[in-house]
Design a protein around this ligand. Structure first.
Ligand code: NAD
Ligand code: MG
Length: 393
């Protein structure tokens, strides 16, 4: 029986992961399930999958979780410390599907136990890719990509020599506003941004898809994960979301990964790797699809892409700053303090303010420094949001 933990079990990726695990319950022993505020769902999942422990990230909801699990024999715990404790319990395979930088510490802890970490939480790769890879190699663990594009690249690289790779192309759906006139974007609301044309995902990543901050994170994730130089990583808008990524080789061949927009493919691939097993995803009918289209991802519509390139150029701890500033700007947009197009300006301000101060971005790459810069970036972003609000009022 494989020992499995799912961090962020109540989210979109977490639920898809449990859907797959629930189809072969005798193959898995579930060690830990973690969630945020949705106690009813976490308890329901725990009663179905029988983990040793269920953890809510919210310390105020421990009593609710205990009550919901009463009589089940499943341990209940709450708070950041409990998440880390759950991540310390030995597991063979761990799904990292918490949203945001909050996924970093539990993911690192699982890697310290030598687990295979199925990584949906791209934010941890962006903020601290170097530490993640170091932990994996030091403790005999492994990181498998779950982001659909990175799973696609991983699959297109099987049996190939990385030295023959000329370029990697990450596709983007273009998000909710890909067909909106540019001048309308400033007035876009969180509700409008949270509707994705092709994928059914959590609220934050859906809005990040509309702004392409998601793709910006993914460009950096590609660099960190596969060690591809930034100038060899491209992105292109592909509205059908059927080709997830392409790897271009030095003989001119492009190997494309084509599949339905269903995260259970990438999750299932990581779950069964190195084998391929049958998965409950749609089989594409190419003649019904007819044609596939591609457009330039322009920096004017998607300034986040330009910022990602700056982050890759700058290196050091700038990924941690970028991710944290982006998370804070998104909070500001969700709270209707700033507009949709203001998010990129806030992130740019934070990057330039912190880069200008010596001793930050190029400090030693440690978890303490990642966390310090994460906090500094959030504070700086809050300041920039406040200044912008003051100017507008
Ligand atoms: P989601 O919002 O649906 O779920 C997030 C999960 O994290 C929930 O279980 C939530 O309770 C938990 N959580 C939220 N804040 C937390 C905190 N501070 N501490 C601990 N737990 C917390 O998000 P999602 O769409 O499932 O995305 C999860 C991760 O996977 C993200 O990093 C996202 O970028 C990545 N991802 C998602 C998809 C997708 O299709 N949904 C695709 C690729 C990558
Ligand atoms: Mg993706």
């Amino acid at each position: 029986m494989r020992r499995i933990s799912v961090f962020g079990a109540t989210g979109s990726i977490g639920q898809s992961t449990l859907d797959l695990i629930g189809r072969a319950p005798d193959s898995y022993h579930v060690v830990a399930l973690t969630g945020g505020r949705n106690i009813a769902l976490l308890a329901e999942q725990a009663r179905q999958h029988r983990p040793e422990i269920a953890v809510t990230a919210d310390p105020d909801r421990l009593t609710d979780l205990r009550d919901a699990l009463a009589g089940s024999g499943i341990e209940a715990a709450a708070g950041e410390g409990a998440l880390i404790e759950a991540a310390t319990r030995p597991a063979d395979w761990v799904m990292s599907a918490i949203v945001g930088a909050a996924g970093l510490a539990p993911g690192l802890r699982a890697l310290e136990q030598g687990a295979t970490l199925a990584l949906a939480n791209k934010e941890s790769m962006v903020a601290a890719g170097k530490l993640m890879l170091q932990k994996a190699s030091k403790h005999g663990g492994r990181i498998l990509p779950v982001d659909s594009e990175h799973s696609a690249v991983f699959q297109a690289l099987i049996g190939e020599n990385i030295a023959s790779v000329e370029r990697v192309i990450i596709t983007a759906s273009g998000g909710a506003f890909r067909d909106w006139p540019l001048e309308k974007l400033a007035a876009a609301t969180p509700e409008q941004a949270a509707t994705h044309p092709n994928w059914d995902m959590g609220q934050r990543i859906t809005i990040d898809s509309a702004s392409m901050f998601n793709k910006a994170l993914e460009l950096i994730e590609t660099r960190e994960f596969f060690g591809i130089s930034p100038e060899n990583i491209e992105t292109v808008v592909h509205p059908e979301s059927l080709i997830h990524a392409l790897v271009g080789y030095n003989d001119g061949a492009l190997m494309a990964h084509v599949g339905p927009p269903d995260m259970r493919h990438a999750i299932g691939f990581a779950l069964h790797w190195p084998e391929r097993r049958s998965l409950p995803v749609e089989r594409l009918d190419l003649t019904a699809i007819g044609s596939l289209s591609f457009r330039v991802a322009c920096d004017q519509r998607y300034p986040a892409l330009r910022l990602a390139r700056e982050v890759m150029r700058e290196g050091g701890l700038s990924g941690a700053v970028f991710n944290a500033a982006k998370e804070q700007a998104l909070d500001g947009f969700l709270a209707r303090q700033i507009g949709f197009m203001d998010m990129a300006g806030i992130v740019e301000d934070v990057l330039s303010e912190i880069s200008a101060r010596p001793g930050h971005i190029h400090a030693e790459f440690t978890l303490d420094n990642v966390n310090r810069l994460d906090h500094l970036a959030r504070d700086t972003a809050r300041g920039a949001i406040k200044r912008l609000m003051d100017r507008k009022n």
